[in-house]
Design a protein around this ligand. Structure first.
Ligand code: ADP
Ligand code: MG
Length: 685
């Protein structure tokens, strides 16, 4: 029997070299491999006659080779030319540097070629993508071809070959994990059939059946997992906080007046907190809309009632920024905040933990460190997660387990389409902060081609710095590797110092730095000891330096729109006019379209909608966004009917078997644990 957990380099026929390439696609085990599904299919079953070919169409032709020769126009380049004919005409084919064609085919052979038609000045040519000998066996030519998402150095054909060789091994069979009664109830095919046919569909019908099963399964596992990990929220046993006059004093002491939207969110929160129900609320507000102060007031309100509060942020930079601003506002009201992050020394940590346990600390702010077992509160009344989409589902649940039914507030800048909100937060109330603080001027965004990069540095950066402002320069994620990313960022610093800004103070921030170093750099930037901060995407969330007015993003084409929007949100946080320069290095239509959207709008909702349209929901709702299992084939828009069925079924199953302890549900539980496993959850520190 095959072991799906087997590491990929030990699978026969793969080996370490190919395994390395597969790792880049996040394929580590045999299971990852067979669950690496095609992005789309190319229907190669459409065969046309040569005299009917139209320009640019992708199609299969069948015929006989009438002539073949090869020549070498220059060193290292070899071109094989081929003429073929069917009963309607002739066409020319050329192959570049594909020596094996000469050995595999000869004049007179019957062939089947899939490729693309090119007609220029009445000259018809066929650009071959795949060529095979004609076979009389049905199904062996002209199939529905899977097209996989790929990485550099791995061709579609190679990946297809690897997957097929695994699937065709005699003993290979994927074990079923859905209970039989579900398969029967929804008329689903078995998992083995589904996996085989998603990779090499025997025909369109089989592909449809396979997809249906996999879509259903993805939704079922997603929904069931969410139910399973969710805390049993007890409707009646929440804390009934009392309104406290002192909260108004705190509000009065703020350096600004709350916006209408902030006030509305706050009063919705107060209503929840003063009711006997447990609060379960999401605050959604665009970047810069002022969510932090709303969190602060909710926490303060719990503290004024004699409880403790916790605030969890996804990065140390953000956590310590919150800590600083909380101290500044709350200390004079005798509300004590503490910071708990990974970079504290053991001694410091112990001291903080001790104080938290004895309630000498009122508000604990930190990163994932907050959910560690040793963190104990005396009297936890409210937990808040900032930028909650950065956390895994499990992590969120764990924090609230540290109190006795504390109120829960989650905050996010990422707008979530309604359907997804329903899956994720079926029982969550939503407050929306749809207004920016007054005095903000919209950020002006300009996209420029890479060749105009120098202008941006020479003119724009300098003029902002002369005005006393500060500048962010962001360089992108390189192949998901923080190490390479860090190197790229350091090199950029060197270049900027050498070529443009020998007289300015340029700092560097990246994910490979120790937290203390990061803090020091951020402090320098905040205290205007640096003019320019070159950073990787570690500054993406939450960072707040109102004097920074210009952001330059290098290789902007490599970012998703939502991410560009988040990054851009680091400027335009004060009263000064701010700018964002997107330097792009791609000539594709998609890139131009995306840059244009960023130039046109600063509305996060619109951007997120567009992002979805361009990238498709698969990527948008990937793990990175929400800490959820990736939906590989299921689409929450297209498959809404199946989603509803799966939701109903999940509710039914959980209603019968809250902890999934019944024998028939064991395998599906394993699958849930696998799909929601922590390795999927990102950590940013
Ligand atoms: P986000 O919603 O992105 O988390 P922040 O809470 O970081 O936004 O707020 C962004 C900036 O706006 C901060 O500098 C904050 O002090 C400021 N701010 C928040 N509310 C107001 C307000 N009502 N008036 C003026 N400035 C505000
Ligand atoms: Mg924030």
């Amino acid at each position: 029997m095959n072991d799906l957990n087997k590491e990929i380099q030990f699978v026969k026929g793969i080996g370490p070299k190919r395994a390395e390439k597969l790792h880049k696609l996040n394929i580590f085990t045999l299971k990852d491999l067979i669950y690496y599904f095609p992005r789309q299919y190319e229907d190669r079953s459409k065969v046309k006659k040569i005299n009917q070919l139209e320009n640019e169409e992708k199609v299969t032709i069948k015929g006989v080779i009438t002539r073949m020769d090869s020549y070498s126009p220059k060193k290292g380049m070899n071109i094989i030319r081929m003429d073929m004919r069917d009963d309607t005409g002739y066409i020319k084919l050329s192959f570049f540097n594909q020596e094996y064609i000469k050995r595999a085919f000869k004049s007179g052979d019957s062939i089947v070629v899939f490729g693309k038609v090119k007609i220029e000045n009445n000259f018809k040519e066929f650009v071959p993508i795949e060529i095979e000998h004609y076979s009389s066996k049905p199904q062996s030519n002209c199939k529905i071809e899977p097209v996989y998402p790929l990485t550099y150095g791995l061709s579609n054909k190679e990946l297809q070959g690897i997957i097929r060789s695994v699937l065709t091994k005699e003993e290979f069979k994927v074990k079923e994990y859905l209970p039989t009664y579900i398969l029967e109830k929804y008329k689903l095919c078995g998992i083995d059939f589904a996996v085989r046919n998603i990779h090499s569909p025997s025909n369109k019908e089989a592909l449809k059946i396979a997809l249906y099963r996999l879509v259903f399964e993805e939704f079922l596992i997603l929904q069931l997992g969410l139910f399973y990990f969710k805390n049993g929220v007890n409707e009646s046993s929440g804390i009934e906080f009392k309104e406290n006059e002192k909260l108004n004093d705190i509000i009065e002491s703020l350096p600004f007046k709350l916006t209408k939207a902030q006030n509305r969110a706050l009063s919705e929160i107060t209503q929840d907190m003063t009711s006997s129900k447990v609060m379960n609320r999401l605050v959604q507000g665009d970047v810069g809309s002022g969510k932090t102060v709303v969190a602060l007031l909710a926490l303060a309100s719990a503290v004024l009632n004699g409880y403790q509060g916790a605030l969890m942020a996804p990065t140390e930079i953000l956590a310590s920024q919150h800590y600083d601003s909380f101290k500044e506002i709350l200390e004079r009201f005798n509300i004590k905040s503490e910071l708990l992050v990974g970079s504290l020394t053991k001694k410091q940590k112990e001291k903080v933990l001790e104080k938290v346990k004895n309630q000498e600390v009122d508000i604990l702010i930190g990163t994932h460190s907050l959910i560690e077992d040793k963190v104990e509160f005396k009297n936890l009344g409210i937990v808040i997660t900032d930028e909650q989409h950065r956390f895994g589902v499990r992590q969120r649940g764990r924090l609230s387990n540290k109190g006795d039914s504390p109120d829960i507030l989650v905050m996010t800048a990422t707008p979530i389409p309604r359907t997804l909100a329903l899956i994720l937060y079926g029982d969550l109330d939503i407050s929306i902060i749809d207004e920016l603080p007054p005095g903000r001027q919209p950020i002006e965004t300009i996209a420029i081609e890479h060749k105009r990069r120098n202008e941006a540095y020479e003119n724009l950066v300098r003029s902002e710095v002369q005005k006393g402002r500060q500048v962010y320069v962001v360089c992108p994620l390189v192949e998901e590797s923080e190490k390479i990313e860090a190197t790229a960022a350091s090199e950029l610093v060197e270049e900027l110092k050498r070529e443009f800004f020998s007289d300015l103070r340029v700092g560097l921030l990246h994910g490979k730095m120790r937290p203390a170093e990061k803090d020091a750099i951020m402090d320098d930037f905040k205290n205007k000891k640096l003019d320019i901060l070159v950073s990787t995407t570690v500054i993406e969330v939450g960072v707040n330096v109102p004097n920074a007015t210009l952001m330059i993003i290098e290789n902007a084409e490599r970012f998703g729109l939502a991410q560009l929007h988040q990054l851009r949100g680091r400027v335009g946080r004060g009263n000064h006019k701010s700018y964002c320069i997107l330097i792009y290095n791609s000539k594709t239509e998609v890139c131009k379209e995306r840059m244009a959207i960023m130039e046109e709008t600063t509305d996060g909702f619109k951007i997120s909608q567009k992002d979805l349209e361009i990238r498709g929901p698969g990527e948008f709702f990937g793990t990175r966004q929400h800490g959820l299992p990736e939906l590989k084939v299921a689409n929450i828009f297209k498959h809404i009917k199946i989603l509803k069925q799966a939701q109903l079924e999940a509710r039914y199953i959980i209603g019968q078997d809250r902890r999934l302890q019944l024998k028939e549900n064991q395998k599906i539980k394993e699958e849930i644990l696998y799909k929601f496993s922590e390795r999927e959850e990102i950590s940013l520190n």
